[in-house]
Design a protein around this ligand. Structure first.
Ligand SMILES: Cc1cc2nc3c(=O)[nH]c(=O)nc-3n(C[C@H](O)[C@H](O)[C@H](O)COP(=O)(O)OP(=O)(O)OC[C@H]3O[C@@H](n4cnc5c(N)ncnc54)[C@H](O)[C@@H]3O)c2cc1C
Length: 380
């Protein structure tokens, strides 16, 4: 048993953090306030092998695996979770193509994403169904050699900037709910696709989030990803492999909260002594540090198991759950340690507080994670 990152992963960790400090740090505040998505950062990150880093070399990636992706994600999120999301989720949705797509689809779609020429999206959630994954209604009907798609998707990361998206559609309505879905690749600029940017998010404001409608959108049947009627099961497995990445976002954000809190506890004087001298402060810092260390172990193990070919969906759900809880806890503690200064724009802490909450919502709400873990425990 070895808990050490390999030399290669340590170098990747170091490079990712330096990239984040140099490229994300200086624009962090502006991108947050102005809800600015920055394609040039995605391109630069791709030049450094940070986009689609999990993709094998034969499809243009750095072949760093899910553990490599988790390491990168932690370091980018330590500096800015929203811009970091633009980088690590530039390939979001493409995982489905890698897991289930044909050789031709992998060769066509994965390399341009890894080169930073286009970003992808995974369009699953709908206005009337999020957690209830079998409740989606977007419909794809066969017509000649094509599928004709009608429906709506909601809250889609990269929704208005993606070159293509993997869309979850009902293709076999006559089948039982879980057997009625299929994944279909749709170009972002296909005729009949209308994309609207969602403004006013509480956090990760530099990330692009879109609402997408499909009106008689025609794509060739060769755009089917995997097997017709297996989309629901494919999506479940997709989440098992992407959750460690999302969990690593919370890891980086929590670490950032601890870093600034330790620094501030040394600088700020209260009652004639540094804030850190008081045991109430030490208790907060300690609890943050313990939760972060436990989270790092869980996230890295869940990612490592995927690379070993033994993905563990319960562990991935646990990592994602603990990530949200830890990030929300650490952001709150950091804000309290900063007192009134934590509440104003000049300090990053208020941004961490706003960014943290999304980790309990997307890629499965914390309640959805509990349901997954609970089902597993009771199935034994
Ligand atoms: C910034 C952002 C980015 C996103 N990116 C993407 C993306 O790229 N692709 C994508 O497809 N989606 C994306 N989403 C959508 C996200 O995954 C969903 O919002 C999430 O899954 C919850 O779905 P919902 O909003 O419909 O809530 P609902 O499913 O309506 O849930 C509402 C509440 O009810 C709870 N609940 C639901 N079922 C139960 C139950 N059985 N028992 C108890 N409680 C329950 C939920 O946990 C939640 O607290 C994104 C969302 C946001 C905000």
């Amino acid at each position: 048993m070895d808990f050490e990152l390999t030399e290669e992963l340590k170098m990747l960790e170091d490079m990712a953090y330096k990239f984040a400090q140099n490229e994300l740090g200086p624009i962090s505040h502006e991108c947050d306030v102005e809800e600015k998505y920055t394609p040039e950062i995605v391109k630069k990150a791709a030049e450094n092998g940070l986009v689609g880093a999990w993709v094998p070399e034969e499809y243009g990636g750095a072949e760093a695996g899910c553990l490599g992706l988790a390491v990168i994600t932690e370091q980018l999120s330590r500096v800015d979770m929203g811009i970091g999301l633009n980088v690590v989720a530039a390939s979001f949705g493409s995982e489905a193509i890698y897991l289930y797509g044909s050789e031709e689809q992998k060769k066509r779609y994965l390399p341009p994403v890894c080169r930073g020429e286009m970003v992808s999206a995974g369009a699953f959630t709908e206005p009337d169904a999020g957690t209830d994954v079998a409740g989606y209604r977007t419909r794809a009907v066969k017509d000649g050699d094509d599928y004709v798609i009608n429906g709506n998707k909601m809250f889609i990361t990269n929704g208005t900037v993606c070159g293509f998206m993997v869309v979850q559609c009902i293709t076999s309505p006559e089948e039982k709910r879980h057997n009625s879905f299929s994944m279909i690749i749709v170009p972002g600029d296909a005729e009949g696709v209308t994309r609207t940017k969602i403004h006013g998010k509480m956090g990760v404001r530099s990330s692009d989030t879109g609402e997408i409608s499909f009106e008689d959108v025609r794509v060739p049947q060769e755009n089917l990803v995997g097997q017709e009627g297996r989309g629901f099961y494919q999506l479940m497995h997709f989440f098992d492999t992407t959750r460690p990445m999302v969990a690593a976002q919370g890891l980086g954000l929590s670490q950032a909260c601890l870093d600034v809190s330790v620094r501030y506890s040394k600088e700020r004087s209260v009652f004639g002594a540094p804030l850190g001298n008081f045991q109430l402060t030490q208790a907060k810092l300690t609890e943050m540090a313990i939760k972060i260390e436990a989270l790092r172990g869980l996230v890295f193990k869940a990612a490592w198991l995927i690379d070993e070919g033994r993905p563990d969906y319960t562990l991935a759900a646990m990592a994602k759950y603990l990530s949200g809880e830890t990030a929300v806890f650490c952001a709150n503690a950091a804000l309290e340690i900063h007192g009134g200064y934590g509440y104003i724009e000049e300090y990053d802490v208020q941004k961490y507080y706003r960014d943290a909450k999304i980790l309990e919502l997307y890629e499965g709400t914390k309640e959805a994670e509990i349901m997954t873990i609970g089902r597993f425990l009771l199935s034994k």
